[in-house]
Write a protein that binds this ligand. Structure first.
Ligand code: AKG
Length: 289
């Protein structure tokens, strides 16, 4: 028995996502929120992205409007490496039980990040498919987007396009530039079908790695902070270096190691490994191409 009913499992495979309330406990939520508050406060002392990650890129990234009086932390890369609360939550939560129901029983941790949109923030996420950042031998990868704040229609919710995990893999390279986003034409063709995902803090949206999704700026007075943990079936082997490497990549978090590889059939161009603090810099190129 896991947290998902049969109809939710069917809906996940049909639509490419499933929403789960109470995906983490209140204690887990409070500890995650505390660390974000501390990191946001620390960011006041910085004007440029800072901190170190395994990839040699900064861990903490701020939006262009950031300043000491009005800190705009927008990304923490691999928080599981620098916080016991994030590491422990990554290793055990109700959404992970749901992941095991969907693509289990054997599950590995892939990567993690925090995406924050402060009130009035211009930060947006252009439409993309996560798989185009991280080719694997098969497509059984799920991103769990944990809501650390209540997500509303106004504070920049995730928008997903149901069923697109069963359609094409859309190119994220345009005119020789890796933009980490689909073309304006592909976006225009799908955006009217997009569905906003909102709900109380502590919920999670579980999303198929091929699902087309994006999110708008935060037009409200309330922050919108997500902790995003990605998991993969243990037999889905990475075909390129992780764009968010961490010392915990590949940890078996449910089931056991089988030493097997499973391959599905698809074609794509390898993504560009990011050189800057976060994919926001890659996506910024989308508006100039
Ligand atoms: O922060 C968001 O709204 C979406 C995050 C996302 O799409 C991603 O990081 O892949």
């Amino acid at each position: 028995m896991g947290p998902l009913r049969e109809d939710q499992i069917t809906s996940y495979w049909e639509n490419g996502y499933v929403f789960l309330e109470n995906a983490i406990t209140n204690e887990q939520l409070a500890a995650l929120v505390d660390d974000v508050a501390r990191w946001t406060d620390e960011s006041r002392q910085h004007t440029e992205p800072y901190g170190d990650t395994l990839a040699g890129r900064p861990r903490f990234d701020m939006a262009p409007e950031h300043n000491a009086d009005d800190p705009r932390l927008r990304r923490v890369a691999s928080p599981v490496e620098v916080s016991d609360a994030y590491r422990d939550t990554m290793r055990d939560n109700r959404a992970l039980d749901a992941v095991a129901q969907l693509i289990g029983p054997n599950i590995e941790f892939n990567n993690s990040k925090i995406n924050a949109k402060q009130p009035g923030s211009s930060t947006e996420v252009k439409y993309h498919q996560d798989f185009m950042f991280q080719p694997h031998s098969n497509e059984d990868l799920i991103a769990c987007l944990f809501f650390l704040d209540e997500v509303t229609l106004e504070n920049g919710p995730l928008n997903v396009v149901p069923g697109t995990h069963r359609s094409a893999l859309f190119d994220h390279w345009h005119d020789g530039v890796y933009t980490g986003a689909v073309s304006a034409e592909v976006e225009a063709a799908h955006v009217n079908e997009a569905v906003p995902i909102y709900g109380p803090a502590g919920s999670a949206c579980l999303m198929h790695t091929r699902l087309l999704h994006g999110s708008a700026p935060n037009a409200s007075d309330h922050p919108r902070t997500l902790f995003i943990a990605e998991y993969r079936a243990e037999d889905a082997k990475p075909l390129q270096v992780n764009h968010l490497p961490s010392i915990h990549e590949g940890e078996v978090v449910r089931g056991e190691r089988t030493n097997r590889v499973r391959c599905s059939s698809y074609e794509m161009e390898f993504p560009e490994v990011p050189k800057e603090a976060s994919f926001f810099s890659q996506q910024a190129k989308a508006s100039t191409t």
